[in-house]
Ligand binder design. Structure first.
Ligand code: NAG
Ligand code: NAG
Ligand code: NAG
Ligand code: NAG
Ligand code: NAG
Ligand code: NAG
Length: 645
């Protein structure tokens, strides 16, 4: 199947000298080393040959999922024009045809082309992650942020990572970067954000995503694609940075600089542990259990549930987001902390911050999450907190019911937004089976006036893109009964804070469940929102990829196995390599007078702007408490009122 690896095994048998094996095995050459150069890492990653069979199987699965289950498949191919959103048409099926026509130089290049195609849709829910090629971490020793300095947004060296490249100098911290690769720094970064980041349809959010805007990671780094930090091979080996640094004894804000200079900064690869040859690398990080156990003469498919669970839980990287070794395949239970309550000090001690980092509450943590949320709110009340900043920055979403809990605890229950699921005969069988067996999340949807699974079977059609007749389920709402059943609910009613006492703070990287929570708070409850960072001069959204609800192939296949549908002829096959894909299957609409199902009412294709804006500066960029105090100052002064559209 992979001739290169067979050859390698042959040569190992012939030559006992390790040296000669290492000489032709680029992965062995760097195995066990902490770091490797761009070229040495690339040689290892490109060692695995393009395999047409793997390519065909991969494309078949991606095509099946996007054609049948991806709810925005038709809109993506010819999106509407929406002011404030960058929407370029992507016909996924056609893109996959083109990919299969190419004679790729390596398996990596093929795999990355699939990942890139889905990225172009700018829906962070839609992704393809080939874990084989996400094991190295690539660092730029210079990490950048964007700061407001003397009324001008500038690019600044936020920190220098000198443990991977000895030539890096800590003295560069605080220097202004005026040019990158010969272009004006801001232009280069904005272009990069527009062309290389699939995180959002709002360019401000993409800009924030690639910058080192907050000094902490919130653990949301799937396929990390920052300007200076990647899990995939960067496009070029070096970047040239032209910097000017404050004269000794002066502050950057005084703008007295030493002579500018240019440094050529390489990408440095951190090498994953736990492999010694290319063959090991393949079997540890790339080979899927499904492919290994495959019996091509028999259509009796049984998924490897252990592997799917590891993939689903994200236990697929040998290095964590900060580059530390992690035990592969250890399924963790608790993923917290999810949320922190911080009362500000001094002048703003009557302002409290609720910093919500994730809604992905592990089922074993629900009770603690709920108890902690309620007791911390009571504590805020007891300590005289008058205003609340709800910091939703860098929150990649999670459990929709956790979001529902937050909204209803603060402002009582409110009608859910209408949503629906794209119809396919295959998913119909899944939903029928879920109802018959009372298993899986496919039970959790209901529509007024429809019994059991009739909400799905009785379809309705809307225009989507160029397709006049795409079938959808009836409008549905999500039932959080299952969630509520697992916790002993305590009565708490907020009587203290009105919506105008709360401010949403977001750098736009509030996605999925977070986006829907933020949008409902802003649109239905009139909670004002402040955008953080982004490019100056254009309005910014406070949430991204509000598409609805997403699934991943790993968890979908687990559901199929549970429901006994693994052998359904229309079931997507597992990927031949360790990989996963995500897609949106439920689309959510903004509230309207009358529900019509038009695509321009979809949250994913609507722009909802923040009411005011804040940028990082020299004073607050590295100190989140100072940032919150600056936000509190604007908020308390009444300078971020809700703007009625
Ligand atoms: C790997 O590390 C060893 C020991 O430090 C070093 O001698 C060797 O040059 C390194 N290999 C590469 C390709 O950098
Ligand atoms: C994608 O393009 C193909 C032709 O290349 C066309 O048949 C198909 O309908 C298009 N898909 C969508 C979703 O527009
Ligand atoms: C960086 O500068 C070097 C030396 O001047 C030059 O050879 C190289 O092409 C430049 N690279 C980029 C990406 O601009
Ligand atoms: C991988 O390597 C790390 C560090 O070398 C070690 O701590 C860990 O136990 C290894 N994990 C496995 C699964 O071998
Ligand atoms: C594959 O399945 C066929 C038919 O059941 C069986 O005869 C054959 O031995 C199986 N091969 C392997 C490698 O398990
Ligand atoms: C309102 C409703 O549920 N209508 C129909 C939906 O589809 C099922 C099965 O096809 C019918 O039995 C229902 O009457």
């Amino acid at each position: 199947m992979l001739p290169s690896r067979k050859n390698l095994l042959g040569s190992l048998a012939l030559f006992t000298l390790l040296g000669s094996a290492r000489a032709q095995d680029p992965c062995a050459l760097i195995a066990g080393n902490k770091t490797a150069s761009f070229h040495d890492a690339m040689a290892c990653l490109d060692h695995f040959k393009y395999d047409k069979e793997i390519a065909q199987q991969t494309v078949d699965t991606v095509r099946k999922v996007t054609n049948e289950l991806y709810v925005f498949n038709d809109v993506a191919a010819s999106p509407p024009t929406v002011e404030g959103l960058a929407l370029s048409p992507v016909n996924i099926s056609y893109g996959l045809d083109l990919i299969l026509q190419e004679d790729w130089k390596s398996d990596r290049q093929f795999q990355e082309s699939v990942a890139l195609l889905l990225d172009k849709v700018q829906d962070a829910h839609l992704s393809y992650s080939p874990f084989c090629y996400r094991q190295f971490i690539f660092w730029q020793p210079i990490q950048l942020n964007a700061l407001l300095r003397n009324q001008k947004l500038i690019i600044n060296v936020a920190y220098v990572k000198d443990d991977v490249w000895p030539q890096a100098s800590k003295d560069w911290v605080g220097c202004e970067v005026t040019e990158i690769d010969g272009s004006e720094a801001m232009d280069m970064i904005v272009n990069y954000a527009v062309n290389n980041n699939g995180e959002s349809k709002d360019v401000n959010t993409c800009f924030n995503h690639i910058m080192n805007t907050k000094s902490y990671f919130h653990g949301w780094d799937d396929g990390a694609d920052d300007l200076g930090y990647h899990r995939f091979l960067p496009a070029q080996e070096f970047h040239n940075y032209t910097m000017r640094c404050a004269k000794s004894g002066t502050l950057p804000i005084q703008e007295e600089y030493d002579a500018p200079f240019t440094v050529q900064v390489p990408w440095i690869a951190q090498v994953p542990p736990n492999y010694s040859t290319a063959d090991d690398y393949w079997s540890t990080f790339c080979q899927s259990a499904h492919q290994l156990n495959r019996n091509t003469t028999k259509r009796d498919i049984h998924y490897d549930l252990h592997e799917l669970k590891n993939i689903y839980e994200g236990e697929v990287f040998a290095l964590d987001s900060e580059g530390r070794s992690v035990a592969l395949n250890a399924v963790g239970s608790s993923k917290g902390p999810y949320i922190e309550f911080i009362q500000l000090e001094g002048e703003y001690k009557n302002v409290g911050v609720i910093d919500i980092q994730s809604f992905s509450i592990a089922s074993g943590d629900r009770q603690t999450f709920v108890d902690n949320f309620i007791s911390s709110l009571k504590d805020f009340e007891a300590k005289g907190v008058e205003k609340i900043i709800l910091d939703l920055s860098t929150n990649g979403g999670g459990d929709a019911c956790a979001g529902e809990f937050l909204i209803s605890t603060l402002f009582g229950s409110t009608p859910d937004y209408p949503s629906d699921i794209k119809y396919s005969p295959f998913l119909d069988r899944v939903i029928q089976a879920a109802h018959e067996q009372e298993q899986t999340k496919w039970l959790d949807y209901k529509s007024t006036g429809f019994e059991g699974s009739n909400w799905y079977t009785n379809t309705t059609s809307y225009v989507r893109g160029k397709n006049p007749n795409v079938k959808f389920s009836q409008p549905i709402s999500l039932s959080c009964d299952g969630w509520a059943d697992t916790i002993s609910t305590k009565k708490y009613t907020n009587t203290k804070w009105k919506p105008s006492d709360v401010l949403i703070l977001s750098d736009g990287r509030c996605g999925s469940t977070c986006a829907i929570v933020a949008s409902r708070l802003r649109v239905s409850h009139k909670v004002p929102a402040m955008g953080l960072g982004g490019i100056r001069g254009n309005r910014m959204q406070f949430a991204s990829f509000p598409g609805g609800e997403s699934d991943r192939l790993s968890s979908f296949l687990i559901d199929l196995e549970v429901l006994g549908l693994a052998n359904d002829p229309d079931a997507p096959s597992p990927f031949p390599e360790r990989a996963d894909m995500g897609w949106t299957f439920r689309e959510v609409y903004k509230p309207t007078e009358k529900f019509t199902g038009v695509e321009t009412d979809l949250l994913e294709y609507s722009a909802i702007n923040a009411d005011c804006r804040m940028h990082f500066d020299d004073n607050n960029a590295d100190d989140i408490k100072k940032l919150w105090a600056d936000v509190a100052k604007v908020f308390v002064a009444g300078q971020c009122p809700l703007i009625e559209e």
